[in-house]
Design a protein around this ligand. Structure first.
Ligand SMILES: C[S@@+](CC[C@H](N)C(=O)[O-])C[C@H]1O[C@@H](n2cnc3c(N)ncnc32)[C@H](O)[C@@H]1O
Length: 435
């Protein structure tokens, strides 16, 4: 692989390029890296930077200097270049970006890395030369040199022969939807912790299965954002689904506020809420959906509806609807729902309330905090209110209150079935980054 780096501080790269696997890769002729200083492209005593136009402090690398440097690199090593600039505003570097880049460069394209310093570069150089602008994270560093080295460390693993075992690159974290499995070495017993027996069993198939399961579990519990945006294969989905804690949904027609005065009361069930929420629950792998009403006449309506879908006529009319409706049960109080889940799971569920308004002083659970909830290894019960929402007393009893669903409009009076669908999707849905 042919690489040029143009930098303000060449000396930062010298030890980096002369160490370990990168040094060996160059010695073996697998990569050819040359370093250029921006200072080589100005006259002696001429500055490479100039103050930004407009008010505000800061120096920028001049576009004319970048122009000269790029032209020099192209002349030296070939004009078929892929040029990368670095900026916190760029594309976030991840394993997929590295893989794609490695593929792009496989036909010996010339890679040119241009890390900036000071306040960066004149905005026009990216427009003129950048094939890609890379960020290593949502934070601001003093310069693009460490990001350039990070990119090299990741990229060169894909050059055949650079790392010893290519197999290890294939299993690397974030190469697929899962992170790497946990690994162990000697001694077998250390600080009261044992290497799992299966790893030393010699049964390769069993070890492979264990590793896949472990990788899925760690990934789901700690990197759900990555999993849900990269999982495609049905077998991986099955592995992930097996380690997501069981979730339940309750729709409360009591313990809710009603009327213009927002007083505690009860509401009526609606058939649409039964059907539509059941279908959302089925889609997102919910284990059970409880309709909560203490009113006998309301209970009769629910039973009649459920009876229809369980009947031969209902099943024949729409078998898929029936498979969703199977999740539904009727309960007279939220405590009855909690007890039923506890009996089934052997653990009391964590209660997660949903509310259209934020309560004063109560901290809210964001839709990015699955790890916080799932680390308890307990079933999770999402509680939805009808009418004007759940009573403050029930909200107080909950372990977490989810942030309200909102758009940019300021209007967030969603129907409860819409709110359920949105919340389940945000919490448990697959949302592929590269469909
Ligand atoms: C001080 S920073 C300039 C930051 C710029 N004012 C901004 O807020 O977007 C100087 C240079 O460091 C590099 N840099 C800083 N943080 C980076 C990051 N997170 N990823 C990639 N490059 C970064 C870039 O080359 C950037 O032009």
């Amino acid at each position: 692989m042919n690489i040029s780096i143009i930098t303000v501080f060449k000396e930062l790269y010298e030890p980096f390029l002369a160490t370990s696997l990168i040094k060996r890769a160059q010695q073996k002729g697998l990569v050819d890296i040359d370093l250029h200083s921006f200072f080589s492209f100005v006259q002696p005593k001429e500055r490479i930077d100039a103050p930004m136009f407009g008010h505000g402090a800061g120096m920028l690398i001049k576009p004319t200097v970048v122009e000269q440097a790029v032209a020099h690199c192209k002349e030296r090593k070939g004009a078929d270049t892929h040029t990368i600039f670095f900026s916190p505003q760029g594309q976030m570097l991840d394993q997929t970006v590295l893989q794609d880049l490695a593929q792009k460069l496989a036909n010996n394209k010339h890679l040119v890395l241009i890390p900036a310093r000071y306040e960066g570069m004149d905005a026009r150089v990216e427009q003129a030369y950048a094939d890609q602008v890379i960020s290593v994270g949502n934070y601001v560093l003093m310069g693009g040199d460490l990001p350039a080295m990070v990119l090299l460390e990741g990229l060169l693993r894909y050059v055949p022969g650079v790392v010893g075992k290519e197999d290890s690159v294939e299993h690397d974290s974030f190469t697929g939807p899962f992170v790497d499995y946990p690994s162990y070495t000697e001694p077998v017993a250390w600080q009261g912790m044992q290497v799992p027996d299966i790893i030393r069993s010699g049964n390769h198939q069993a070890v492979d299965r264990w590793r896949r399961e472990q990788a899925a579990e760690v990934s789901v519990k700690k990197h759900f954002g990555w999993v849900r945006s990269h999982i495609k294969v049905p077998e991986d989905k099955k592995l992930a689904a097996a380690v997501i804690p069981h979730h339940y949904v309750a729709l409360c027609h009591s313990d809710v506020l009603i009327g213009p005065e927002k007083l505690p009361g009860t509401t009526s069930v609606t058939s649409l809420d039964i059907h539509d929420i059941a279908r959302s629950c089925k889609t997102y792998g919910i284990q059970g959906y409880s309709i909560v009403t203490p009113l006998h006449d309301q209970q009769k309506i629910v039973q009649k509806l459920l009876g229809f879908w369980a009947s031969d006529v209902g099943t024949a009319y729409n078998p898929q609807r029936q498979s969703a409706i199977e999740l539904v049960d009727l309960q007279e109080s939220i405590d009855a729902v909690i007890e039923q889940i506890e009996r089934k799971e052997g653990k009391r569920p964590l209660l997660v309330a949903t509310s259209a308004r934020a309560l004063e002083g109560q901290s809210l659970l964001s839709f990015y905090e699955q790890d916080k909830v799932w680390q308890h290894d307990r079933p999770v019960l999402f509680i939805f209110g009808t009418g004007k929402g759940l009573t403050p007393e029930l909200l107080q009893r909950c372990d977490y209150i989810l942030a309200p669903v909102q758009g940019f409009s300021g209007f967030n009076h969603l129907s409860v079935r819409s709110a359920v669908a949105i919340i389940l999707d945000r919490w448990l849905g697959i949302n592929l980054q590269h469909p």
